[in-house]
Design a binder for this molecule. Structure first.
Ligand code: C2E
Ligand code: MG
Ligand code: MG
Ligand code: MG
Length: 290
């Protein structure tokens, strides 16, 4: 029952599927990596000050042969319960790095790609070693990779989590605290965890227009992170009104359907190409010869 509560975002269909068919879902998932059924979509992160794409977040999808497209909210928890998440996580990391390399080879300034790490993947084995290998295999500098973690990585053993995070930071990667504000003791973790960036959970963004409380919390989080020298990004921004409200509150990085949905890599290139030509047209002084 407690588990079912943890999957509050599951569709009714997949909740039933999960309960009745958990084992077969797990079985199918086992074949998904090798069977090439997993793929990544990328969602833009926008810097609203420069109006440029600041990076993208890789979001996994599972094209199930008979059930169709399954969302990570439905299968990541299943994978988390077994060691499957480790294989899936390794695949995701490698695939995101492969794509990053392809973008870099295609020319232009490569943008950082963010990859979500699940708690079990983070705590299993030598995650820093796996990240180092993925970077090396695709000849990438660490600063192009961002890792999104949730505070739940620190629930059982905060010192261990901190030590792993320092190992990751040595690789030059950026560490972000995802879904910030939804945990039980976000602020106390923020005090201790060496994160570079935090992502304000979209549950607070939804209330920005109508709820003075949401506004107060979002403002507080932005002010605290500024005081700590931590970057802040708002997720789940769906309207222009939310975006301008956030900007008034001092938030310059944003992500959400208002700026773009998760899309296949080719579409990211198109957005970038469109944005880049606008930018160079606007930014380069005439006759500068650049
Ligand atoms: P997350 O990391 O917090 O990712 C944000 C989720 O919110 C994504 O859902 C994204 O599509 C969705 N989203 C983005 N903008 C908006 C918006 O404006 N409105 C609304 N309503 N939703 C928005 P998605 O892709 O279904 O992923 C759900 C969660 O699954 C992610 O939450 C992340 O925790 C997990 N996940 C996704 N990909 C991976 C992965 O490769 N590995 C692991 N371990 N977890 C992943
Ligand atoms: Mg994320
Ligand atoms: Mg998030
Ligand atoms: Mg989330």
């Amino acid at each position: 029952q407690a588990k079912a509560l943890g999957h509050g975002l599951m569709s009714a269909f997949n909740q039933a599927l999960y309960r009745l068919n958990h084992r077969s879902l797990e079985h199918d998932l086992r074949g998904a990596v090798a069977g090439g059924q997993l793929f990544l979509l990328y969602q833009e992160k926008r810097n609203v000050e420069s109006d440029r794409m600041a990076g993208v977040e890789a979001l996994i999808r599972w094209q199930h042969p008979t059930l169709g497209l399954i969302s990570p909210a439905d299968f990541i928890p299943v994978a988390e319960e077994s060691a499957l998440i480790v294989d899936i996580g390794r695949w995701t990391l490698d695939e995101a790095c492969r794509q990053l390399r392809a973008w870099a080879d295609a020319g232009g300034m490569p943008l950082p790609v963010a990859v979500n790490l699940s708690p079990r993947q983070f705590l299993h084995g030598d995650i820093a070693g796996s990240v180092r290998e993925a970077l090396a295999a695709h000849r990438l500098p660490g600063h192009l990779l961002e890792l999104e973690l949730t505070e739940s990585v620190a629930v059982h053993d905060v010192d261990r989590a901190i030590s792993i995070m320092y190992q990751l930071k040595e690789l030059g990667v950026t560490l972000s605290l995802d879904d910030f504000g939804t945990g039980f003791s976000s602020l106390s973790y923020l005090m201790r965890l060496p994160v570079d960036k935090l992502k304000i959970d979209r549950s607070f963004i939804g209330g920005l227009q109508d709820s003075a409380r949401s506004r107060a919390i979002v403002k507080g989080v932005i002010d605290i992170s500024r005081g700590l020298g931590i970057h802040v990004i708002a997720e789940g921004v769906e309207t222009g009104a939310q975006a301008s409200r956030l900007r008034e509150l001092g938030c310059v990085e944003m992500q959400g359907y208002f700026f773009g949905r998760p899309v296949p890599p080719a579409q990211v290139e198109q957005y970038r190409a469109a944005g880049a030509s606008e930018q160079s047209a606007g930014a380069a002084p005439a006759g500068a010869g650049a």
